[in-house]
Design a protein around this ligand. Structure first.
Ligand code: SAH
Ligand code: SF4
Length: 366
């Protein structure tokens, strides 16, 4: 006898287009309703099938039981004073935080802006890279997300308001799950208008994967997390890439530019007393000057369980000025959602050790 399986109907974004059409017809709809269904859910961020008023009532009524719009469980939701909203979603089991992932909805900072929000999505549950300053890597990789689980993050974010940009900078290393990410982005673009330059994928920079991605007609910009110009230190700060020469990573970045015509952004998490010295700045310039690239400095978001500290704003500004003095273009990105310890990976990390309240699912979910 085979082991009992957990039975749940497949969700809207799990089915391929043919299977979805067949399912919609089986539930009393017409084939073309399948497309409408996906497009409406994505473009409006619809979480409740009853709101799909352009569909026949019988089909609408059948959806929750037979073809759920979403399949994840809403585990937590934090809103910070700056307006960023962080969602924690579990896919494996209600209440289970270990494999939960985070999605952040960041409305424009300026009030009255006509622009939509930037949404930050995750690509893996956990992360195998193990950067010692990052809460997402604590506990290693649990599993790759499936394409529909990435799509679902966009739907949940869209339900909070309009979206005009996406950064793939949540939990996980996107280039280790590129196929699912690309499939998800293709589906998302059916409903949300996200131009090629509106999506940025951040990676620690596996050279061969960058080259493969560049050859696959990527419709996104690339950011590479470099963090230091010194080889020995990079091996410590990005453990899964230990031994991969920085020069090889930069050369893959050059190849990305040659193949796509898009400049790479090099990300640099500024860790007080660790990689924010003048020597670091000068050596970073030596590595990058003359390349078609910009630098994005990210002052470290402290996490209670991690032994790093954030440099003060003057030191951050000095570091930036040193880079610019020598001809690099450098910007500073102060992360949002800090007050609620809702910075990258922290919401999940907080709850992993403790028990979760499974009731939250029914309170704040879909
Ligand atoms: N795994 C990918 C993408 C997710 S992390 C990567 O590492 O690039 C997105 C960015 O957030 C990376 O540049 C990462 O170094 C940075 N980051 C991780 N933890 C951080 C922290 N505590 N404070 C500031 N930035 C952090
Ligand atoms: Fe993974 Fe990126 Fe965090 Fe490093 S910084 S552990 S690669 S998510």
């Amino acid at each position: 006898m085979t082991a009992p399986q957990t039975h749940r109907p497949q969700g809207l974004f799990e089915l391929d287009p043919q299977a979805l059409e067949a399912k919609v017809v089986e539930l009393g709809g017409r084939p073309f309703h399948a497309r409408i269904l996906r497009k409406e859910v994505l473009s409006k961020g619809i979480l409740d099938a009853q709101e799909l008023t352009s569909l026949p009532a019988a089909l609408r009524a059948a959806l929750p039981e037979a073809l759920p719009l979403l399949v994840g469980h809403a585990l937590d939701r934090r809103e910070s004073r700056d307006g960023a909203i962080k969602l924690l979603t579990g896919f494996d089991q209600a209440g289970l935080r270990q494999s939960a992932i985070e999605t952040v909805y960041m409305p424009p900072r300026k009030k009255n802006s006509t622009k939509g929000a930037t949404v930050c999505v995750s690509t893996q549950a956990g992360c195998p890279v193990g950067c010692p300053f990052c809460a997402s890597g604590i506990g290693g990789l649990i599993r790759n997300l499936k394409a529909h689980e990435i799509v679902e993050q966009f739907v949940r974010a869209r339900a909070l308001g309009p979206i005009s940009r996406c950064v793939v900078m949540g939990i996980g290393e996107p280039l280790l799950n590129l196929e699912a990410l690309q499939r998800a982005l293709a589906i998302v673009r059916e409903g949300l208008e996200l131009g090629a330059r509106k999506v940025t994928v951040s990676s620690v920079g596996f050279p061969e994967r960058i080259r493969r991605a560049a050859a696959s007609d990527p419709r996104f910009d690339l950011a590479i997390s470099l963090h230091t110009p010194f080889q020995e230190q990079r091996d410590e700060l990005v453990p899964a890439m230990s031994g991969v020469p920085i020069d090889e990573i930069l050369s893959a970045g050059d190849d990305w530019f040659a193949a796509t015509g898009r400049e790479v952004t090099y990300e640099y998490v500024l860790l007080g007393g660790t990689n924010d010295s003048e020597d670091h700045a000068r050596n970073l310039v030596d590595r990058l000057v003359g390349r078609r690239a910009t630098v994005n400095l990210i002052p470290y978001n402290p996490s209670p369980e991690l032994p790093f500290r954030r440099p003060n704003p003057t030191r951050v500004e000095n570091f930036r000025a040193l880079l610019e003095e020598d001809g690099l273009v450098a910007t500073v990105r102060w992360s949002r959602g800090l007050e609620e310890s809702a910075a990258c990976g922290q919401l999940r990390a907080q709850g992993v050790a403790g028990e979760t309240d499974p009731d939250l699912d029914s309170v704040s979910a879909t």
